[in-house]
Design a protein around this ligand. Structure first.
Ligand SMILES: [Zn+2]
Length: 387
């Protein structure tokens, strides 16, 4: 009985949700509806429960519209959220050359306007990792020490109101965050609320930013990106109301210059600049998206990058992980839209191989276990000191 009520409710909610064009509005609508309906369904008769759906859905739809119409005043620093497109992301090619103009004991200046504060810089252990051939199931791994990509994070740290009266508090909070990140060797770079770029872990070293994680480009599969990818974190907190992470224009400008410098210096492909939610996995239950920072709404375009949410997810197609679906998943945003697309790809490949989806996924998971063992034999398990 409860299951039938649940199906009725899901069907009605979905019919309304698909009519909300804006992805943020859709997510807000779903977030509002879910707990309300859950509470009201408990212990009610089916007829009573169906009757209750109507005012709740109307209230939620109205709230969605109101929130959509007044975002500028409430959250001026929000970066725009872009819906994920179905097509593969085009590569914009390499950025123009960026070079170091001046270096002092405490800072660096670059030709594209990037300025880096080095006062918090610390060493960690030198970068060294295994890369696996992307298209050969059991091809030999290659040991590398060059950075292959960038993972974007949010610090999820305490935030103060962004106004001149709060300058002292904003600076104090920022300094205490940098102290913490330095102690944990948590990121290579932190971009603070004022758009200042702080180097923490040296570029030549690994940082504890991504834990268990998976990404791939056309040639290589990468596991546990602490070693192979830079960690760049925005001092920001994800909005619990469902609008994603709020970052300011100064942070976006600084990140664009930092990404341009890193890509120019290390020839990093644009497709390897991705968010933590796209790469994070939990091997103990084979769920992907264990960390959800930047699950959607990352301003790829403003950073001179293609919409990498449009890329299929390597944790799913190469290793058979699955994404847990919450309200953001139902709304089809960012990484969740990518996960749904990649699941379709899994079905097609299973059908082409002439086996069931479950059996095909199992074979992918076995592949992960083998690769994971190779890494375990050669390096310790990844640390994770951050969001
Ligand atoms: Zn993170």
């Amino acid at each position: 009985m409860l299951a039938r009520r649940r199906r009725d409710h899901n069907s009605l909610v979905e019919r309304i949700a698909v009519r909300i064009d804006d992805p943020v509005g859709r997510l807000r609508f779903l977030k509002i509806v879910e707990p309300e309906i859950q509470d009201r369904l408990k212990g009610r008769s089916p007829r009573r429960a169906r009757f209750l759906l109507i005012p709740v859905l109307l209230a939620a739809a109205l709230a969605g519209v109101i929130l959509l119409r007044a975002p500028a005043k409430a959250q001026p620093a929000l970066s725009p959220v872009r819906p994920a497109g179905p097509a593969a992301a085009p590569s914009p090619g390499q950025p123009s050359e960026v070079w170091e103009v001046e270096k002092t004991d405490s800072s660096e200046t670059y030709s594209n306007g990037l300025w880096i504060d080095d006062r918090y810089a610390v060493p960690n252990h030198p970068r060294s990792y295994l890369a696996f051939p992307a298209n050969r199931t059991d091809g030999p791994a290659v040991r590398r020490s060059d950075p292959a990509g960038v993972v974007f994070h949010t610090t999820e740290s305490l935030q103060a109101v962004f106004s001149p009266e709060e300058n002292g508090t904003l600076r104090r909070i920022g300094e205490s965050l940098l102290d913490y990140v330095r102690r944990k060797r948590a990121y290579h770079y932190v971009i603070d609320r004022f758009g200042r770029v702080h180097r923490v872990v040296a570029e030549s070293d690994a940082a504890n930013h991504a834990g268990y994680s998976v990404w791939a480009d056309e040639q290589w599969l990468y596991l546990n990106l602490n070693e192979g990818f830079f960690g760049v974190s925005f001092e920001a907190q994800t909005d619990p109301g469902g609008a994603g992470a709020a970052i300011g224009p100064a942070q976006v400008r600084a990140a664009a210059m930092l990404v341009e410098m890193l890509r120019s210096r290390y020839r990093i492909p644009a497709a390897n600049c991705v968010t933590h939610a796209q790469v994070s996995v939990n091997p103990s239950n084979m769920q992907a998206g264990y960390h959800t920072d930047w699950a959607f709404g990352f301003p790829f375009e403003q950073l001179g990058l293609p919409d990498n949410y449009a890329r299929d997810l390597p944790s799913v197609w190469a290793f058979g992980f699955q994404y847990a679906s919450g309200p953001a998943g139902t709304a089809g945003l960012g990484v969740y839209a990518g996960a749904a697309r990649t699941e379709e790809c899994i079905k097609e490949r299973a059908s082409a191989a002439g086996i069931g989806v479950a059996a095909y996924r199992k074979s992918l998971q076995k592949r992960f276990e083998r690769r994971f063992d190779e890494i375990r034999r050669l390096q310790t398990q990844p640390s994770e000191g951050s969001s």
